[in-house]
Design a protein around this ligand. Structure first.
Ligand code: ZN
Length: 175
């Protein structure tokens, strides 16, 4: 961890007034969005989401491929333990996750001195290649969640694309 964070925190503690936000999201909402650094403050701000309002789940590409992987675990916790009844899958324009290729990442790993056998044993193609455009990727994640055998039928799953330049949210489908 960078010392910068500890320094920033000392400044914060000297000036901030802590709010007592609820652990259970007030809006009954979970948002799945991308890890893109541009969205850290912008996305919740643009959607009117404040601390305590929604469970925020982020990964590379706002995409769920593995129905029993880590991101889906977070969704299940949100539904069963946090009372979430609405899930918003929000892809975004100019997403870096869609520009990364498996071959490119393997080259970057080699250049950083990673053992070739370790690189070959990792299923990099499986999780990197074939990320679709934001609309298609969002819709396939919406379908995966809404059709998931562990997701109850009264949970609403909606898909959106967020424009990182204009800040506009566009709905692209509902279930
Ligand atoms: Zn992204």
């Amino acid at each position: 961890m960078s010392d910068r964070l500890l320094e920033n925190n000392r400044v914060f503690l000297g000036s901030a007034e802590m709010e007592d936000a609820p652990k259970v999201p007030r809006m009954g909402l979970a948002v799945i969005s991308c890890m893109d650094a541009r969205l850290t403050r912008l996305l919740p701000w643009a959607l009117g989401i404040r601390d305590g309002d929604a469970a925020m789940i982020r990964n590379s590409g706002a995409s769920i491929r593995d129905p029993y992987g880590d991101t889906m675990h977070s969704v299940l916790i949100a539904v069963y333990e946090l009372g979430v009844t609405e899930i918003a899958v929000i892809g975004h324009t100019d997403c870096g996750a869609r520009k990364v290729t498996a071959d490119g990442m393997r080259e970057h790993m080699k250049a950083r001195g990673i053992d070739e056998a370790a690189i070959e044993s990792a299923d990099i193609d499986g999780w990197l290649n074939g990320l679709a455009g934001p609309k298609d990727e969002v819709m396939s994640t919406v379908r995966l969640i809404s059709g998931h055998p562990l997701i109850p039928s009264d949970v609403a799953v909606r898909g959106y694309v967020f424009d990182t330049r204009s800040g506009r949210l566009t709905a692209i489908g509902a279930s």
